[in-house]
Structures are given as C-alpha cells and as structure tokens.
Design a protein around this ligand. Structure first.
Ligand code: ARG
Ligand code: MN
Ligand code: MN
Length: 314
C-alpha cells in the first residue's frame, strides 16, 4: 500500500503564534526523503489552505470557534478521501484541535476505528471545564459519544456528530490533566497510562495493555494522534505547552514500533511542533527531527535495520 502526507498549517485552536509552521519544519527536517527509504510509494498532497474568517466572536471563553470548526471540516474531507483512496494517511499539524477533523474524516471511512492519544495532556475539556478556552485542549470531547449531553452546540461544528465510544480510546504519556478532565476520564472509565504508570510498569507493559484493550476483541484500524509535547521538553522544546517529565526517546519510539507491528495503523497525526517558540535553530531541528523519527517508525523504520526479505550476504 501507499502513504499520503497531508500538511495542516493551522493554529487557531490555541493562542500562541507559530504552530502553523509545523508542516514546513517537519518537511524541512527531511520527512519525505526518509519515508521514501521505506518500501512503498509516498504521495505528498502538500498543505491544505485554510480560510481566514473576518468575524469570529468567542463562544463563552472559547476563541475562534467558527475558524476551528471550518478548518476541521475541510481536513476531515481530505483525510476521508485519502483513506478512501487506500492510503495510510499522515497528517502534519498544526495544533491539536486538528485531530477533530482528522479522526472524524477517518471515522467516516472506518467507523470501527480505535484511537491512541499520545500526549502530556488529555485534551478532553469541554467548553465548560476548559480553564483556557483553547480548542486544542478540547478535541477529544468533540469526538466522544459519551460526552454528548455535556457539549454545547458551538458555531462552526454543525457538520459533525460525536462518533467515538470511550472504550475505544487509550491515552499514553499523561502528566498535566485539568481537574474537569480527570473527572471525565474517571466517570467514563477511559483507559489511560500516565508518566507515573510508565515509571511503574514500563513502556513494554503499557503497550501490551493498550493493544490488548483495543484489539483483542477484533482487529481494527488504529488512529494514532501524537502530540510532540508527549516527549520530554529536553527532546521536544519547540512546542506551545511543554511539561517536564515526559517520554524518553526510547519510550516514544517503542510506542510507535509496537503500533507499526500491529499492521493496523491507518491514520496518524503529528501535531504541536512550533518552530517559532524554539530558542535556537538547533531546537527547531531537534524537535522536527524527532517528529520525522516518530513518523518513520510508525511506518516501519526499525532500530534493527530495514525489514527486507531474506538476502544472501553480498
Ligand atoms: N489542558 C490545557 C487546556 O485545556 C492544555 C491543553 C494543551 N493541549 C495541547 N494539545 N497541547 O488548555
Ligand atoms: Mn499536549
Ligand atoms: Mn494535545
């Protein structure tokens, strides 16, 4: 099969500038070249162009609702077409509000999908529980069927309906969960692994339990939504909401290798790379280079070497 790369230069799910340059930073770090060393055709569909809305009044304390809603509608059709075209789709953000459109578009084609959310944050605030108002901290709340009666109808979002059951979602890497989010995680019985859980049982057991939880009843498509701030800020400094005590390089790559090994990865997001917030060019390059490693590993790059058929020693 083949891979489709889709850039989503968008930042209105939060208030800092620069995250719209994420797709360019990740491409400049050599993404397409790296993917072409793996064994299948890579189609770079370029970047979506999002419309600027002149008038977009806040809803409660949530800024840019119509802008975010419309961008995600566009993204959802793009992801849906890529999946329908038989591609494994890689979405480059942009801020994490883009997961709304990415997962919704994926679900249009594959309603039986499950979601693995790798992030320091749970991004499951409702407009009511959100301390910041920012939509990149609310993406999962828009998807969950179980939260439907807690979600107000936001302008810009009438195109979508919640589509995901709480049992079809697993979080990995959490270490900054807001009080309202914690109540939601507990009330809905969502499976999650915090950094403390990784400290306690190790990343190997976390991945075993994650994949057991999602795939034992049946094999089905995986959506991986990877927020670069899941990594420790020493590895991924160029991001808008860094939190100390994150994933090591090896833990992050172990997660993606195990997801690749299922053979079920169908769409992935790589979000929140913000080159403008880096203190130096080295920081931009290390953060974007890490993003390239994560994506390549999801798509089959291994630490053991290329997974070629058996060959004689030359
Ligand atoms: N929980 C905080 C909020 O709701 C931070 C969210 C950060 N999200 C992210 N995708 N980086 O605003
Ligand atoms: Mn985050
Ligand atoms: Mn996030």
């Amino acid at each position: 099969h083949s891979v489709a790369v889709l850039g989503a230069p968008f930042s209105k799910g939060q208030k800092r500038r620069g995250v719209e340059h994420g797709p360019k930073a990740i491409r400049d770090a050599g993404l397409i070249e790296r993917l072409s060393t793996l064994d299948y055709p890579v189609h770079d569909f370029g970047d979506l162009s999002f419309q600027h809305l002149e008038k977009d009044e806040p809803f409660m304390h949530v800024p840019f609702p119509r802008t975010v809603g419309r961008a995600n509608k566009l993204l959802s059709s793009a992801v849906s077409s890529a999946v329908a075209g038989g591609h494994t789709c890689v979405m480059l953000g942009g801020d994490h509000s883009l997961a709304i459109g990415s997962v919704a578009g994926h679900a249009q084609q594959r309603p039986d999908l499950c979601l693995i959310w790798v992030d320091a944050h749970a991004d499951v605030n409702t407009p009511t529980t959100s301390p910041s108002g920012n939509l990149h901290g609310q993406s999962v709340a828009f998807m969950l069927k179980d939260l439907q009666d807690k979600m107000p109808q936001l302008p810009g979002f009438s195109w979508m309906k919640p589509f995901l059951a709480a049992r079809d979602l697993v979080y990995i890497g959490l270490r900054d969960v807001d009080p309202g989010e914690h109540i939601i995680l507990k009330n809905l019985g969502i499976q999650y692994f915090t950094m403390k859980d990784i400290d306690r049982v190790g990343i190997q057991r976390v991945m075993e339990e994650t994949l057991d939880h999602l795939l034992t009843r049946k094999q089905r498509p995986i959506h991986l939504s990877f927020d670069i701030d899941a990594f420790d800020p020493s590895l991924a400094p160029a991001t808008g909401t860094p939190v100390n005590g994150g994933l090591t390089y090896r833990e992050g790559i172990y997660i993606t290798e195990e997801i690749h090994n299922t053979g079920m990865l169908s769409v992935m997001d790589l979000v929140e790379v913000n080159p403008v917030l880096a203190a130096s060019r080295e920081q931009v390059e290390s953060t974007a280079g890490l993003a390239v490693d994560v994506i390549a590993s999801c798509l089959g790059q291994t630490r053991e070497g290329a997974p070629l058929p058996f060959q004689e020693i030359p």
